[in-house]
Design a protein around this ligand. Structure first.
Ligand SMILES: *[C@@H]1O[C@H](CO)[C@@H](O)[C@H](O)[C@H]1NC(C)=O
Length: 470
């Protein structure tokens, strides 16, 4: 039983295989015998042979050509007939083969003659050269047609179509606002640029943002922009069709305070004068009201800020402080006013603003008034001996403390540079530390206090007041 079933299955498989083979061969033959294929092939061959014939020059060569082609056809017919004949066997087969061969010959000859006649056309047996010319032009036409078709198939036609679309779309975009931001939604640099242009400034009409990654024509638009502005990357900020650059450029313009000028000069009449938007204008940004601190620089003090290195110069000297680790930016809207702003993009800590303001303010106080720390030493039983000396080599003050809780050890504290130490004139057992650098003065005082805070007795009371007076 199973063997029968297996036999059936096998038979079916063989049948299917045969069908598939037949189909494939049939389709191959079809392609080769399809009208387009044969005609093109024929036209090309004829064009080639007739061209050669025409180059030969004389009308006779055209005739030769026809003759040779007839011979060729005959031979081809014989060959095909032979092939057919081989399919038959025996006497009968031979007879059939002969018949087929003869028939084939006749057929092919007739076909070739017909063809030649057709080529000679209505000219009524004009010279072969004439026919050749005609066929040649026909062939050329065919070739040309073929080429055109190829181009159409490839990309030329749809590209121009798309080109047109892209150009139209770009024109449309440029009309929406004088300031266009070409961006990508996921790009952090684009985000920064958008933030600066949309939120830090009042630009009206507001800049129009094109997210290229979300735009259906994003890629060709980007290519077009690369052509137009020489900038392929995003963000790409265009003012009246001209690129002012990318994220870094906008940030630099913002930090140097030149952005408003740039937008104003390039935006022309299409826009109202832009301005820096005070953050309190923006309801969602209410909690960043204090994202700016201002500081007034007193007369006689020069403040110079470059790449967050602050230099303050005043009557008492010059102080420099590197604020590079704090992400703030500075602007100088008026001669004696400094604005401290949080660096865009990192508004973690509004307190930073206060810190920076205080630091700069302390520098200003230092160079105008200086700092004085008063330290008093108190003792219950052993009088403390304090000796102040200035080291001639280093120019630094050294404070020696002797007889501290009756110890024989001499403790020595070296002051930081720029710190002067002297005993108070009108107060016994008091030291005065003065200097222009708050840091150095307070650090020196702290060192002094530290060296005496031994054991568990805090014998000496230090009273340090950041003395702004004087
Ligand atoms: C503060 O002290 C440091 C280290 O002693 C020194 O390098 C710096 O110049 C001092 N600053 C001033 C303003 O004297």
């Amino acid at each position: 039983m199973p063997s029968q079933r297996r036999l059936k299955t096998f038979g079916l498989l063989v049948f299917i295989a045969v069908l598939i083979t037949l189909y494939i061969t049939a389709s191959a033959r079809q392609t080769r015998s399809s009208e387009f294929y044969t005609k093109t092939q024929k036209a090309l061959e004829e064009a080639r042979s007739h061209k050669e014939a025409a180059l030969g020059g004389s009308g006779g060569s055209g005739g030769d050509d026809v003759g040779s082609r007839l011979r060729e056809a005959e031979e081809a017919a014989k060959r095909s007939a032979d092939r057919k004949g081989e399919e038959f066997h025996g006497e009968e087969g031979k007879a059939r083969a002969k018949e087929v061969r003869e028939k084939g010959e006749k057929d092919e000859q007739e076909k070739a003659k017909e063809e030649v006649n057709r080529n000679d056309g209505g000219r009524g047996g004009s010279s072969g050269a004439g026919a050749a010319r005609k066929v040649r032009t026909g062939g050329n036409e065919a070739v040309l047609k073929g080429e055109k078709k190829d181009e159409k198939d490839d990309e030329k036609e749809p590209e121009t179509e798309e080109d047109k679309n892209v150009r139209a779309e770009l024109n449309d975009i440029l009309k929406r606002s004088p300031v266009i931001i070409f961006s990508k939604s996921y790009c952090p640099f684009s985000k920064k640029a958008k933030h600066i242009l949309l939120e830090s400034y009042n630009i009206s009409p507001p800049p129009y943002v094109v997210e290229l990654d979300l735009h259906p024509l994003g890629a060709p638009l980007q290519a077009k922009l690369a052509d137009m502005t020489g900038r392929r990357t995003v963000p790409n900020i265009l003012i009246n069709g001209r690129s002012i650059g990318g994220g870094d450029d906008v940030q630099n313009l913002d930090e140097s305070g030149e952005l408003i000028e740039k937008v104003k000069s390039m935006g022309g009449k299409r826009m109202r004068p832009p301005s820096q938007s005070p953050s309190s204008f923006n309801p969602p940004k209410m909690k960043y009201i204090h994202s700016q601190e201002s500081l007034t620089v007193p007369e006689g003090v020069k403040v110079h800020i470059k790449t967050r290195i602050v230099t303050v110069e005043g009557p008492k000297g010059k102080l420099t402080k590197n604020l590079g680790h704090l992400s703030v930016s500075f602007s100088h809207p008026e001669k004696n006013i400094i604005h401290i702003e949080l660096h865009h993009g990192s508004r973690k800590n509004v307190a930073t603003l206060r810190t920076v303001r205080t630091i700069i303010n302390n520098l200003i106080i230092g160079v105008t008034k200086g700092f004085k720390y008063k330290m008093r030493y108190v003792y219950a039983h052993f009088p403390i001996n304090v000796n102040i000396e200035k080291n001639k080599e280093t120019g630094l003050f050294e404070v020696e403390i002797r007889n501290f809780i009756g110890e024989k050890i001499v403790r020595k504290v070296i002051m930081h540079s720029g710190v002067d130490v002297e005993p108070s004139k009108n107060q016994k057992d008091e030291l005065q530390l003065t200097g222009i650098s708050l840091e150095n003065v307070s650090q020196s005082a702290a060192d002094l206090q530290q060296i005496c805070r031994v054991r568990n007795k805090d014998i000496r009371k230090a009273r340090h007041t950041s003395c702004v007076s004087q």
